[in-house]
Design a protein around this ligand. Structure first.
Ligand SMILES: [Mg+2]
Length: 215
């Protein structure tokens, strides 16, 4: 018997849309700050690459940004918004149409993540949105998943978590006994072999039974 899923907890960046599509201008102001400071351990290209995949705080720590540089970058990033329309992945409509409830759980800067959601036009596709902003609170995806399970009186086996980061949402789901599938659309770095991976949302359909429940 396939497990019955009532909810999908969905990651945003590189799961719903490719971060790369936001273009270089988004990160340009902080990249030039970083470049001019010289206070980091890596080439601008490797920093830029990680910025499209990981939260800024992780990148700053990984490349040893000093406190001044980190604070200056945070000042910019906290107020950044997207002004252009963003396009979800081509097969996002398949995910959207899966007959169960969906909740978006994303980590990043509140204003920036909100403007991405707006520019993607996905406000009506989710029952709720959670933005984990590490400049405001030190909660993790695991904390948020646990909170939602409690609030909605859901059991771990009634939920599916999807995302592109083995160390973030996928690890959080596994720690709570929630099924997780890694959406691998942008050729992720190393994916541990025990993680279920798909490239297209269609591949999720036969893996579970889906059930639409009342909120
Ligand atoms: Mg992601």
């Amino acid at each position: 018997m396939l497990p019955i899923k009532k909810y999908i907890f969905v990651d945003l960046d590189n799961t719903v849309y490719p971060v790369k599509s936001m273009g270089d201008q988004l990160f340009a102001p902080i990249l030039s700050l970083i470049k001019n400071s010289g206070k980091h351990d890596a080439t601008i290209d490797s920093i830029k690459r990680m910025l499209t995949r990981k939260p800024f705080q992780y990148v700053a720590q990984h490349f040893n940004f000093d406190d001044v540089l980190t604070t200056e970058c945070l000042g910019i990033l906290q107020n950044l918004t997207i002004s252009e329309t963003l396009k979800p992945f081509d097969d996002y409509v398949v995910l959207k149409n899966i007959p169960c409830k969906k909740i978006l759980v994303t980590a990043g800067f509140t204003i920036l993540q909100q403007s991405k959601i707006q520019q993607l036009g996905i406000e009506n596709d989710f029952e709720a949105f959670y933005i984990i902003d590490h400049t405001k609170a030190h909660v993790t995806k695991k904390d948020i998943f646990e909170t939602i399970l409690q609030q909605k009186k859901l059991l771990p086996h009634e939920v599916l978590v999807i995302g592109d980061d083995a160390n973030s949402e996928i690890a959080a789901a596994q720690a709570l006994g929630i099924d997780a599938v890694l959406i691998n659309k942008i050729e992720a770095n190393f994916i541990p072999p025990q993680i279920t991976t798909v490239q297209y949302f269609e591949e999720l359909l036969p893996m579970f039974h889906w059930q639409l429940v009342d909120a």
